[in-house]
Design a protein around this ligand. Structure first.
Ligand code: SF4
Length: 372
């Protein structure tokens, strides 16, 4: 396949084998470090596999982020959104405000509410249960994708219950899927620098597996480009791969590039400038080669990359464009380059320009809705 290209023999061997089987950690580490003439064949291989596994549809969901509070006791070094409770810019949305936002989204055809926010001090499981009941009672047909493993851990502690019991309560109240955030980079070395108060690697794995055992499937994420090494990115993807081999409970994998500009860790000189463009593309491509059809859906985060680079990333192994969002205050605080909401028309235009088919989906990629 690559005999006419000036590609190194090692890269050629890895890419040729990748057409038939998942690459190893050692091979992934090699690919994370290539450049020059080896780069395009990597992207072409990932794109070829994407088409073979996920076809030419590019999916996205009509969803609405409801960021119910920005008060956060965790205060990750990379986050420009979380505030202390006594900060003049802090807020907690009341029921009326939440319902108003939800009603506006439903009027625009939303199929999912994404419930995210800071980790409130002293929030118990009943607090999150109430948010779910509030939305489900008003909009029973809209799926709820919500909460982070750190929120659930802390709420279960406050309520004095174990994690499984906490998820049972949330599921009964209407939690459909778990965003799988708080993963960041799954190595304790990096977490100690960027988010020491968050769940540890072992806790994240345990909480995600517990949710999946209770029947709450959801996303896996990676947030990269801050203090981690390239090898730690691969280590992270390999952990996700191993969990998926055990449980099959991930619906999608979402690489999220670090937005450095307003993050405390960058302003204090402790992180780098974020990933470069080719590092973003390699992350997508290597993810596809490692995850293949084990996690067939790899999502581009247009809110973090901007529309134009998100479109390019769809040619590096990704097949999903996330959602219309209807706002995302976490990304907005970090300097989202193209805003924090997109119309179906905008996302469809990007997809059609690639010669692929835009299609709406539900949260679990089990229902699809054609776009005229
Ligand atoms: S990323 Fe989440 S947990 Fe961390 S400070 Fe921001 S809002 Fe809090």
């Amino acid at each position: 396949m690559f005999d006419k290209l000036p590609i190194s023999s090692k890269t050629e061997r890895i890419l040729t084998n990748a057409l038939d089987e998942s690459i190893t950690v050692e091979e992934a580490n090699h690919l994370m470090n290539i450049n020059g003439a080896d780069l395009h064949p990597l992207l072409a291989t990932a794109d070829f596999l994407r088409e073979k596994i996920s076809g030419n549809d590019v999916t996205f969901i009509n969803n609405c982020n409801i960021n119910f509070t920005n008060i956060c006791q965790v205060r990750c070094g990379f986050c420009a959104f979380g505030k202390d409770a006594d900060d003049p810019e802090s807020y907690i949305l009341n029921d009326e405000q939440i319902l108003k936002k939800a009603e506006g989204a439903v009027a625009n055809g939303a199929r999912e509410f994404t419930l995210m926010g800071g980790v409130l001090p002293d929030a118990d499981i009943e607090y999150y249960e109430h948010l779910l009941t509030l939305l489900k009672d008003a909009h029973p047909d809209v799926a709820i994708h919500g909460f982070s493993p750190t929120m659930v851990r802390d709420a279960c502690r406050v309520s004095g219950i174990d994690i499984a019991e906490g998820f049972e309560i949330l599921k009964k109240a209407g939690l459909d899927t778990l965003p799988g955030t708080a993963a960041e980079i799954l190595t304790d070395r990096s977490r100690e620098i960027i988010c020491p108060e968050k769940v540890s690697v072992a806790e994240w794995i345990d909480i995600i597996k517990t949710a999946q055992e209770v029947g709450i499937v959801g996303s896996a994420t990676i947030m990269y480009g801050h203090v981690e090494t390239l090898a730690e990115r691969v280590e992270h993807i390999d952990i996700i791969r191993q969990i998926q081999e055990d449980t099959g409970g991930f619906t999608e994998f979402i690489p999220m590039t670090f937005m450095h500009e307003f993050s405390p860790i960058f302003l204090e000189g402790q992180s780098n400038l974020g990933a470069t463009g080719t590092q973003d593309l390699k992350l997508y491509a290597v993810s596809r080669l490692m995850l293949r059809d084990l996690i067939p859906n790899i999502q581009v985060s247009w809110v973090k990359m901007g529309f134009r680079f998100a479109q390019v990333s769809l040619m590096a192994g990704a097949n999903d464009l996330g959602g219309t969002l209807g706002g995302d205050e976490l990304s907005e605080a970090s300097g989202a380059p193209d805003g924090v909401e997109a119309s179906i028309e905008t996302l469809s235009k990007m997809v059609r320009d690639l010669g692929r088919n835009p299609i709406e989906r539900n949260s679990t990629y089990t229902e699809f809705y054609p776009i005229e």
